[in-house]
Ligand binder design. Structure first.
Ligand SMILES: N=c1c2ncn([C@@H]3O[C@H](COP(=O)(O)OP(=O)(O)OP(=O)(O)O)[C@@H](O)[C@H]3O)c2ncn1[C@@H]1O[C@H](COP(=O)(O)O)[C@@H](O)[C@H]1O
Length: 107
């Protein structure tokens, strides 16, 4: 199983955003600005929905990868660390009380 994480990709996106737009898609999006990056995120979201509705698992995994990558680019441009998103998810999980149940050993 791959050990690659969203945090790894966030670091790659941050580094590549500073590269030349001629050699990096990330840098091209960062240079174009949030309107273009958010538009690409929207396109990838639609393509993910289409793959889900088509029940095409391979396509859905591939489009989901595009979606997550473009979300990280949008977050990078906005200056929002991925950790802020994870903190929000954790806050909701803690609120529902499910985190405690999930980490509790099964008897
Ligand atoms: N995960 C991705 C990733 N997923 C998708 N894409 C790119 O997203 C682009 C979107 O493709 P589209 O066909 O929708 O867009 P397009 O037709 O090229 O552009 P438009 O005309 O629609 O504006 C493609 O160029 C893909 O290569 C990605 N580009 C980069 N990454 C990651 O970012 C890293 C750095 O990439 P660079 O910034 O290119 O060095 C890579 O090593 C990967 O880890």
């Amino acid at each position: 199983m791959s050990e690659f994480t969203l945090s790894d990709l966030e670091k790659i996106v941050a580094a590549r955003a500073k590269a030349s737009p001629d050699e990096s898609w990330t840098a091209k999006l960062a240079a174009a600005g949030q309107t273009k990056a958010a538009k690409k995120l929207g396109e990838e979201a639609v393509e993910t929905v289409i793959a889900a509705l088509a029940q095409d698992k391979k396509d859905l995994a591939s489009e989901s990868a595009d979606l997550l990558y473009h979300l990280l680019v949008v977050l990078n441009i906005a200056g929002i660390p991925l950790q802020d998103v994870l903190d929000e998810l954790q806050r909701r999980t803690a609120q529902s009380g499910l985190q405690e149940k999930a980490s509790r050993p099964k008897s």
